[in-house]
Design a protein around this ligand. Structure first.
Ligand SMILES: [Zn+2]
Length: 262
């Protein structure tokens, strides 16, 4: 049967977890559908918490829930659902997202660069020290930077993919595609495609590479068995848990960067 694999998302990840749910402690990030929109959701379990509390996370334009250890996640989800109207109103009141503009910071391969626009600069963005130079019409720089990041993603992901395929002894390199999926970082299909969420080009290299190594490991093991993870650890040079932890802590922020209005 079908060969689509979710990355870091459990089979039961109905609300699109970016990692496996850890129900005993700590916090988990995911998304939840409210009013036909995917809203970032952070759930924290707190030892001193006595009831479920809900607040709007203005930075992420999402919601944050704190609850006691003994409350089941489905109870939290029911609680959120009961307040969906209030959540929608509060999020709408935040106004439109701010589109990337001159002097804003943008991440590329985990490093932060300040956007420096000038009519004198070339239209195609160019990294210079800790600046990202961009020219052309100022109103269009966000879209120009988005296209530049996607082009970089395409070539850097392809290089990573070729490197891991060589390490894995895969003679046939899958084609690489950029995805804009919110619920998974990467996927691979038996028809010979690997698709990777393009926003990972903003993440640190070890994180992006973990996602690509994960998909390459699926070429041998189309499951999330121990054999699969052993094989991934064989071809991936980094610390899989560290990459996973980064995505858990910061993955949602990659979606917060706005390249266009609306
Ligand atoms: Zn997988």
């Amino acid at each position: 049967m079908g060969g689509l694999q979710d990355l870091f998302a459990g089979k039961n990840a109905r609300i699109g977890s970016t990692r496996k749910q850890n129900s005993s402690a700590g916090s988990s990030q995911s998304v939840i559908n409210i009013g036909n929109r995917e809203i970032p959701l952070t759930i924290r379990r707190h030892p001193r918490s006595r009831s479920i509390s809900l607040r709007i996370d203005t930075a992420k334009r999402g919601i944050s829930v704190t609850m006691p250890h003994w409350v089941a996640k489905r109870e939290a989800l029911a609680f959120i659902a009961s307040r969906s109207e209030w959540i929608e109103q509060r999020l709408a009141a935040l106004g439109p997202n701010k589109v990337l503009a001159n002097h804003d910071m943008v991440s590329f391969c985990g490093n932060d660069y300040q956007i420096s626009w000038s009519k004198e600069h070339l239209r195609t963005p160019d990294l210079r020290g800790d600046m990202l130079l961009v020219g052309g019409e100022e109103a269009l720089i966000a879209g120009r930077i988005e296209r530049w990041l996607k082009a970089k993603a395409r070539s850097i992901f392809a290089d990573d993919l070729a490197e891991y395929c060589e390490r894995a002894g895969e003679s046939k390199i899958p084609r690489i595609g950029l995805s804009n999926a919110r619920r998974r970082w990467g996927s691979c299909s038996q028809s010979g495609w690997v698709r990777v969420q393009w926003r990972l080009i903003m993440a640190p290299a070890n994180v992006r590479r973990a996602v690509i190594a994960h998909e390459v490991a699926h070429l041998r093991h189309m499951d999330h068995s121990q054999r699969f993870y052993d094989w991934m650890d064989t071809i991936y040079e980094g610390d899989r848990a560290a990459a996973d932890a980064w995505l858990k802590a910061h993955g949602n922020s990659l979606y917060g960067v706005q390249f266009s209005a609306g």
